[in-house]
Design a protein around this ligand. Structure first.
Ligand code: G3H
Length: 540
C-alpha cells in the first residue's frame, strides 16, 4: 500500500479561491409570508459550507451566511395566510384561469433566471456540488418548469370540451387540493423542491414551503420573485427548526397535501400527526437502496463505467444512486479490478475545479457515519478493495469499494448516501432477487447483461419489485417526462412532468342533463365567459 493521500491539500486558503467563485456572506433576515417580505430580528442559523478553508488556526468550514430560525408563531401565521389565500377554493389563485396562472409562473421563471448566477454559486457553496453540476441543476429546473407549462396547456386543451354520456353533458377539469406543505432534500435542493412546488402551485394550490436543512440560502434570491409574481399568501416560506415547526403545521389539520423528498421515517411520523388522515394526500420521494446486478454475460467495462456514475455521481448522494452491487462470482474479480481502476481516475477536489467528480460532503456527521459502516463491514469480514478507499479529511471522504458484503453488515441494508460502494458476490440469480423482495425499498434496479433471455427472465420478476428496471445503464430519475416513483418505503405518488400535475390536483366536473334549458344555460356561460371552469377557451 502506498502512503495515504494528502487530502488536506485539496482545501485551499481563502485567497486561493478563484475570484469568480468567491462568495460574499449572505445574511438573510427576511422571509416571505402573506405576500410580504417580513423582517426577522430573532435567532439565526449559521451556514457553514462543507468546503473548508485553510487558516492560521487550521481547517475551518467556511461561514457563508445566516438565515432566520423562525418559530411556530411565524409558521402558523404563514399557514393562516395560505389557508386564507386558498379560501376554501374560492381564492383568487385557485379560481384563476389556467392561462393566467401560467402567465404568473412564466413571469416567476424569468425573474428566477435573472438570479441564476447567485443561486448556482449558493448551491455550490451550501452543499459542495461541483460548479458544473450546480449549473446543470439550475438549468434542469428551468427546463422542468417550461415542460410543466407545456404539459398543463395540453391538459387544459383536452379539458376544453364537453363530454356527453347517457344523456348527461359534462365538462371535466383538474382542480386544486388546497394548502400544500412542500419540503425538498439537500442533494437537489432547487430541482427536487421545484419539481413538487411548481406543479403544486400551477394547479392552483397555495404553498407552505420549507427549504432543506442544507441548501437554504439559495432560495433567498428567489423570495422577491415569489412575492412579485403570485397573489398574497399563495407562496409562504418557513424557516426554522423543522422538528419543532412542521409537526405543529400537520397537527393543525389545515395541510391538505404533504410533499416531501426525504426519509420515510419522517414522512410517516408527519402523516400520523394529521387529525384527519383521509383528508391528507401525500406525494413522497423517500429512501432507496438501488441495486445493480452484473451477470456473467455483462460487458464488464460498460457495467463498471455506469456503476461508477451510478454510485458516485455527486459523491453517491442521490436517492437514485446505486447503493449495492451484486456481481456474479465468475466475473467478480475482473469487475473489482476494473472498478478500482476507474474509481482511481476520478478527480477529487474543490467544487469549482474543472472536471471534478468528488467533493466535500455537506452533512457534518456523514464522514463519521461512513467510517462506521466501513469499520462494521471490516469487522464482519469485508475489505476495502481500492487503494485509499475510505481515507478522509474533515468533510471529504475518498470513495471506498467494500467487498465481500454480507447480510450482517450495515452496508447491506442501510442507505449509505455517500461515496461507498458495497459489492456482493452471487452464484444464483435468485440471490439479488431475494434481496429485493426482502428489502424495505423498491425504487430502481440496474441489470448488466448482453443475453436477451437472461435479461427477460429478470425483467418480469423485477418490474414488480421496483418501479424502474434499467438495462445496461445506471439508475436515474430522468428524463423528467418519465414516471418517477417507487414501491414500499421508497415513494408515494408519482412524479413526472405530467404525473406531478395529476398528483397535485383532482378531477372535478360540472354536469347536467342534456335538455334545452340546460344546453342554453351552458351556452350562455361559455359564450359570455363568466366561468373559468366551465369554459371552452383554448390555450395556444
Ligand atoms: O436524489 C434523487 C434525484 O431525483 C435523482 O435524480 O437520478 O436525475 O440524479 P437523478
Amino acid at each position: 500500500m502506498s502512503e495515504k493521500l494528502n487530502l488536506e491539500s485539496i482545501f485551499v486558503e481563502e485567497n486561493q479561491i478563484p475570484s469568480e467563485f468567491r462568495i460574499d456572506e449572505v445574511h438573510q433576515r427576511e422571509y416571505l409570508s402573506n405576500g410580504e417580505i417580513k423582517q426577522w430580528n430573532g435567532d439565526v442559523h449559521s451556514v457553514y459550507s462543507p468546503v473548508g478553508i485553510k487558516t492560521a488556526e487550521g481547517f475551518k468550514r467556511k461561514l457563508i451566511g445566516t438565515y432566520p430560525i423562525c418559530t411556530q408563531d411565524e409558521a402558523m401565521i404563514s399557514l393562516d395566510a395560505a389557508v386564507a389565500a386558498y379560501n376554501n377554493g374560492r381564492g383568487e389563485w385557485p379560481t384563476m384561469s389556467v392561462a393566467d396562472r401560467i402567465h404568473h409562473v412564466e413571469k416567476f421563471t424569468k425573474m428566477m433566471i435573472a438570479q441564476k448566477d447567485t443561486v448556482v454559486k449558493l448551491i455550490m457553496w451550501e452543499i459542495g456540488k461541483s460548479f458544473a453540476d450546480s449549473i446543470k441543476e439550475f438549468d434542469r429546473t428551468v427546463e422542468y418548469i417550461y415542460a410543466t407549462i407545456d404539459a398543463l396547456k395540453d391538459v387544459d386543451r383536452q379539458s376544453s370540451r364537453f363530454e356527453i354520456e347517457q344523456g348527461i353533458i359534462a365538462q371535466i377539469r383538474r382542480s386544486p387540493l388546497g394548502v400544500v406543505l412542500c419540503m425538498g432534500p439537500f442533494n437537489y435542493p432547487l430541482n427536487e423542491t421545484f419539481t413538487t412546488l411548481i406543479p403544486a402551485l400551477i394547479m392552483g394550490n397555495t404553498i407552505m414551503f420549507k427549504p432543506p436543512k442544507h441548501g437554504t440560502l439559495l432560495f433567498y434570491p428567489l423570495l422577491n420573485a415569489f412575492k412579485e409574481c403570485f397573489p398574497k399568501g399563495v407562496v409562504n416560506t418557513i424557516y426554522g427548526r423543522g422538528a419543532t415547526i412542521v409537526p405543529e403545521l400537520m397537527k393543525s389539520g389545515k395541510i391538505n397535501v404533504l410533499t416531501l423528498i426525504g426519509s420515510s421515517k419522517v414522512a410517516n411520523e408527519l402523516k400520523k400527526l394529521h387529525p384527519k388522515v383521509n383528508r391528507l394526500r401525500a406525494i413522497l420521494g423517500l429512501d432507496a437502496k438501488n441495486l445493480a446486478i452484473v451477470t456473467p454475460n455483462a460487458d464488464i467495462k460498460l457495467a463498471v463505467s455506469e456503476i461508477v456514475l451510478g454510485s458516485l455521481s455527486f459523491n453517491g448522494q442521490r436517492c437514485t444512486a446505486l447503493k449495492i452491487i451484486y456481481v456474479h462470482e465468475k466475473v467478480v474479480n475482473e469487475f473489482l479490478q476494473l472498478l478500482s481502476i476507474e474509481v482511481a481516475k476520478l478527480k477529487y477536489g474543490m467544487p469549482w475545479e474543472q472536471g471534478v467528480s468528488l467533493t466535500p460532503l455537506p452533512e457534518p456527521g456523514k464522514p463519521a457515519y461512513l467510517k462506521e459502516c466501513i469499520d462494521d463491514a471490516i469487522a464482519n469480514g469485508a475489505k476495502v478493495i481500492n487503494e485509499h478507499g475510505g481515507e478522509s479529511f474533515e468533510s471529504f471522504v475518498y470513495p471506498a469499494i467494500v467487498y465481500p458484503v454480507n447480510k450482517n453488515m450495515k452496508l447491506y441494508r442501510e442507505e449509505q448516501f455517500g461515496p461507498v460502494i458495497p459489492v456482493v458476490s452471487y452464484s444464483d440469480v435468485d440471490e439479488p432477487i431475494d434481496y429485493l423482495i426482502e428489502s424495505t425499498h423498491g425504487q430502481q434496479v440496474s441489470i448488466f447483461s448482453n443475453d436477451s433471455e437472461e435479461i427477460s427472465a429478470l425483467i418480469d420478476p423485477l418490474v414488480n419489485q421496483v418501479s424502474r428496471v434499467n438495462i445496461n445503464c445506471q439508475c436515474q430519475r430522468g428524463p423528467d417526462a418519465f414516471p418517477f416513483t417507487g414501491r414500499k418505503d421508497s415513494a408515494e405518488g408519482t412524479l413526472s412532468v405530467v404525473d406531478a400535475l395529476r398528483s397535485f390536483s383532482m378531477r372535478s366536473l360540472v354536469a347536467t342533463k342534456m335538455n334545452e334549458t340546460n344546453k342554453q344555460l351552458f351556452n350562455e356561460i361559455v359564450s359570455e365567459n363568466t366561468s373559468n371552469f366551465l369554459s371552452t377557451k383554448y390555450i395556444f
